[in-house]
Design a protein around this ligand. Sequence first.
Ligand SMILES: Cc1cc2nc3c(=O)[nH]c(=O)nc-3n(C[C@H](O)[C@H](O)[C@H](O)COP(=O)(O)O)c2cc1C
Length: 458
Amino acid sequence: MLNRKIVLLDGTGAGDEDLFPILDILMNELHSTGATVQTFPLREIKMGTCVGCMGCWLETPGICLEPDAGRDIAQAIVQSDTTILFSPVTFGGYSSEIKKIQDRWIPILMPDVGLYRGEVRHLRRYSKYPRLVGIGVQRQPNNESANLFKVLVGRNAFNFYAPTYAADVILSTDDPDRVRQQLQAVLVRNDNLPLGKVVTSLMQTAVTASVSAPTLDAPGRALLIVGSPRVKSPSTSGVLGGYVLNQLKQRGWETESLTLRGHLLQGKGQTEFLAAVDRADLILLVFPLYIDSLPFLMMKSLEVMAEHICARPQESPKRLFAIANNGFPEAHNNAPALAICRQFAADTGMIWSGGLSMGAGLALFNGQSIEEAQRKVLPVKHVIQALDIASAALANGQIVPPEAAKLMAKIPIPFMPFRLWRWLFIKLGNRMFRQIAAANQVGDEERFAQPYAEVGSA
Ligand SMILES: Cc1cc2nc3c(=O)[nH]c(=O)nc-3n(C[C@H](O)[C@H](O)[C@H](O)COP(=O)(O)O)c2cc1C
């Protein structure tokens, strides 16, 4: 039986009109159960994007600082029995329309962290969270990206304490009866959470470069695209990406760098952005993990680049390299995001040169430069070694060796068992969150606020 109150996040964008018949079948199915359905056609809703300020945790607990529709949608999700994500499968992930609202889900959790099913997770803010259903649509079958989509929905369900979840991928060209049957099944099915080996083996595939890359005759031109929206202090992504770019420059490469902002993906800004992409032989994507995936602007930039690149023949394939850093100490959280980058390379004919994944990105760098971070308590030597190995390989036109990915994902404190590092991370992290909130005059009681709880359900 499907639950009563349903929120449907419609992640179709401009040009996805061919997916509307599937959405219609889904709506008919939902209404036939007698459920109340609240649909949010995200492409039509004006809202700001998450800038990673954490004000929703440390200034106005549970509420994003941006007073717009993002708040109403977060409230509707918390008060729903089932939340459905409907999205074209985009390089194995969600469309940027979904990402725009999904990045604004963090206020529905606490900043504080603890252990949940063997992994570090933010604590619950509410006692009840909705069931999560992910419905992806593909225009052409692609098993790898369909599986990736399902893992991503499962990781979201895990992070957001969904009591149950299910995910499926529909082929847009399938006949309506088959689509209906598939939708009926996913709406009531319970899938297993992707934990442990599912994620670690996805990571293995994600960071591994294409088998070989044609050698380069001479140094080329590299474009660094930083995907962190943070503005208050240097982002970890900017610091890591800047280091690699500098290494390439020292080896004779021409370099160019940009930090994604909204204006770069529309109008004149987009024309200049795409010209920079066209000039590059090697593209470096460096970004923080946002809700198990790439941040909205990074995802949007992939959509914009893919449309541009696929519309014209390329003289020679570009190379793509990515670094993802996440907040929790388990670097494997970045697996779906790096797998999306790899799929993007495959879909656009780029050479996947490999990926690096770093856990505890905020704890290790916290707005500091590499030099400053080196002088602080938590060692970053392994990060620098990993970046040096990756830079040397990229400069020579080679793929990044697995050794670099291994080093990058290492526990920072030598010889410390992971369990101890994780315990320390939880202790220090929670203390830091409490102190920052207190400095903002936010006491413990206020920190645990449940602004979106339905009366009588908190
Ligand atoms: C909106 C938002 C969503 C996030 N989602 C995740 C997540 O799913 N998993 C995780 O480990 N960290 C998550 N983080 C933490 C960031 O990945 C982490 O703080 C990172 O180090 C920030 O890097 P930057 O300085 O390059 O922006 C999230 C942070 C924000 C603001």
